[in-house]
Design a protein around this ligand. Sequence first.
Ligand code: PLP
Length: 401
Amino acid sequence: MNLPERDARVLWHPYTQALSSPPPLPIVSAEGAYLFTEDGRRILDGISSWWVTLHGHGHPRLVQALARQAKSLDHVLFAGVTHPPAVELAERLSALTGLDRVFYSDNGSTAVEVALKMAFQYWRNRGERRTRFLALDGAYHGDTVGAMSVSGIPLFRDTFRDLLFRVDRFEGSIGDDVAGVLVEPILQGARGMRVHPPAFLAGLAALCREAGTLLIADEVMTGFGRTGRMFACDHAGVRPDILCLAKGLSAGMLPFAATLATEEIFDAFVGDRARTFFHGHSFTGNPLGCAVALESLAIFEEERVLDRVRAIGARLEAGLAPLRGIAEVRGIGAVWAVEVPAAGGYLAEVGPRMAAAALERAVLLRPLGNVLYAMPPYCLADGEADRLARVMVEIVREVLR
Ligand SMILES: Cc1ncc(COP(=O)(O)O)c(C=O)c1O
């Protein structure tokens, strides 16, 4: 039996309908922007393996940092314990974001759960009754119950409606019972790579300030350069009260996340033991994640990565230009998308067709329904970015024929 056959007997894959999906790609190794299959194919990873891989797979500096850290300290609990990579990374993240406190966890959804519980308890500890969250239409913040509650994609959340807490969609005003407002700044990912002008984010931040509530920025996807700035909030000069980071935080090498907060928020938890933030995960502050994240930040600085992001983005944008007029082309930084006119939303029948057409051309793309997009790792060379755009153009023309 080959790998997909063995897989089919024992595995259950995320976001995958077992009956109608093609067999999973058997990937045995990866290097740079490429994945290598058991049967000898070399496939361009056009979506950074679900938006996580930053500098390319197996970046030698990250591999070394991981090995070095594994030899000295693999893991230790983070309650009542600290260690050098955790402190150093928190210092670096704080300097980069202007936020004072770092709470570690292990994936994007948990980063959001932490943010929600932190905001909720913040008001409670202050003796103020603010219990309601606002979030954007079509938001996506993850798949755990809290993250799902603030998310707004009906297909993913409606089955679980009775489990979720009440969240209202932001419609221009913020009531005095609102604990926090969640936003995927500048770029809404799972909604279909929708780009918002910086003025919207700046306006939202101003409204939060006016209403005296917390702005919670979910930069799980947009963080670490995807939009051409280190953080999407930088486009609008906005500093949120709480910031969620994951995915690219560890350059896509390890499950690792952080929720950052202001000193004012942290202060509300200081005092008697009942004020404690009773939240944590087994792998909170994992030293391997911290070490790889630190090395990734060093690569950012030393290898002028943001310049590369902008160059890749410019090539994708230019390469997709021939589609303007027949489909909607949009993007920012190194994330570029084409919305094909087709019905069906996330379940649009063109989605799997476009994915299959990409794979025939040795490119891994995973459309969001009728939205075909690229979010490549930053090691992509100019010629490879051109090829990626060319493949997207071919695919869209093929499905529209
Ligand atoms: C904006 C945003 N927040 C949260 C998440 C959830 O992250 P994870 O899949 O690591 O739980 C995602 C995942 O795509 C995301 O795009």
